[in-house]
Ligand binder design. Structure first.
Ligand code: LLP
Length: 412
């Protein structure tokens, strides 16, 4: 890595590793027809989405804008599903116009809206919809942070199972739509396969019931994303392990004529991106006779908000000036950013006694740049893309000067 061309803070992504991960996941399906609909929200950068599209992945999008990114990056419309609890009319129209695989419906009310939009557009073809079911799982069983658990019944996501018969009745009475799939997404960073498997079993049994109720148009069952990754706390299953469990359950439920779809985001990109940051200064304060060591870096919660929002831990490792990991005698440093919030804190890490010039925050390829913001008049980070160990492109983030100009230019 030629650190000279890299400013800090910068996200750096390895596109070869992203491609290899996608290949490995797709291999887990064996010869079964399937769709890996990459959850674009995790990382929307063109090189990432194009790399995954080139590996045959589809996309799960949650806005009209994400739909545009997926299409422009070469994801075939027929491999795109659109989730979201509050899609606007113009977004529904865009999805219908693009001819995507399916609009994933999250409420009974939304079925009526999509049917109305299809009617208003005068479409001849039926609008393809799928129902996202809320599996009402025991919250504790999801084993993840409250802010990213979605498959419990207090969450705003998905159609409650008790409402499924009503949803089916409305679909049957709406000639503008056809039901092509059932799906769910139980949450993110699910660390073990059993919760995923149990939820899949329930989904597949609903598939059986829906067919028994006279629906003949189902094409796919979508067990969602949420595959956990190892942020350093210990091993987690491989993405393929979740897939293999879902395939087994699908066979047991005798719905293996329906295509299995998954919607992973994090597991496809997190480990293949790091956030590089420069050490701005150290601070050693003496509190009741004990030294407290702070390493103040130029990346903050505005660049990587996950620790502040979910108490997430990203490992922090030292980089020497060549960008390689260095040998060192460890000291515990609390690594913090420059933002004026106590939660701008990346936790305590073992780092060299003599602090390095640069550090890397690991596993930052998912939900990193996409959640960044300019709070405190900060820059948006750069993004650097590597292929074959070489930089293939750099996207310069907004500078603090851009921010100043934008704020001051507002009239009034
Ligand atoms: N499908 C749906 C409908 C989703 O809502 C999500 C994520 C995914 C798929 C992808 O889930 P994944 O495989 O990435 O776990 N910002 C949070 C994560 C929010 C996830 C939102 N939905 C974080 O940084 O942990």
């Amino acid at each position: 890595m030629r650190s000279g061309s890299i400013r800090t803070p910068s996200y750096v992504y390895d596109l070869d590793a992203v491609a290899a991960g996608a290949r490995e996941l797709r291999e887990a399906f064996g010869n079964e027809p399937h769709l890996v609909a990459y959850a674009v929200k995790a990382n929307t950068a063109g090189p990432i989405v194009r790399t995954l599209a080139a590996q045959g992945c589809g996309a799960d999008v949650v806005s009209g804008a994400e739909l545009s990114v997926a299409l422009a990056c070469g994801v075939p419309a027929q491999s795109i599903v659109y989730n979201g609890v509050a899609k606007r009319d113009d977004e529904i129209d865009k999805a219908l116009g693009a001819g995507i695989l399916s609009i994933q419906i999250e409420s009974v009310e939304e079925i009526v809206r999509v049917a109305a939009r299809a009617r208003a557009l005068g479409r001849k073809e039926r609008a393809r919809i799928s129902l996202r079911i809320n599996p009402a799982l025991d919250f504790e069983a999801l084993e993840t942070h409250a802010n990213i658990a979605t498959g419990h019944d207090a969450a705003k996501f998905g159609i409650a199972q008790d409402d499924l018969p009503r949803a089916i009745d409305i679909i049957k009475a709406s000639p503008e739509v056809e039901l092509v799939g059932l799906g769910h997404h139980i949450g993110s960073q699910i660390p073990s396969v059993p919760a995923y498997r149990t939820a899949a079993r329930t989904l597949f049994s609903l598939g059986v019931a829906v067919r028994a109720g006279g629906i003949r148009t189902l094409r796919f069952l979508d067990t969602g994303g949420g595959f956990g990754i190892d942020y350093g706390a210990g091993a987690v299953p491989k993405p393929g392990d979740y897939v293999r469990a879902a395939l087994e359950e699908r066979k047991a439920a005798e719905v293996d004529d329906l295509m299995l779809m998954v919607e992973p985001g994090r597991s496809m990109v997190a480990a293949h991106g790091v956030l590089i940051s420069r050490v701005v200064q150290t601070k050693v304060s003496t509190v009741r006779g004990t030294a407290r060591r702070w390493l103040m870096i130029d990346a903050g919660m505005n660049d990587l908000i996950r620790p502040a929002l979910y108490q997430a831990r990203h490992r922090v490792v030292p980089l020497d000036t060549n960008g390689a990991s260095a040998d060192f005698t460890a000291t515990l440093w609390r690594v913090v950013g420059p933002v004026c919030e106590s939660s701008d804190d990346f936790g305590v890490h073992a780092l060299p006694d003599a602090p390095p010039e640069h550090v890397a925050l690991l596993d930052a390829g998912a939900y990193g740049y996409v959640m960044s913001n300019q709070y405190n008049g900060r820059a948006l980070p750069d993004e650097v893309f590597l292929r074959g160990g070489q930089i293939v492109s750099i996207s310069r983030g907004k500078s603090p000067d851009d921010w100043v100009q934008e704020r001051v230019a507002i009239q009034g």
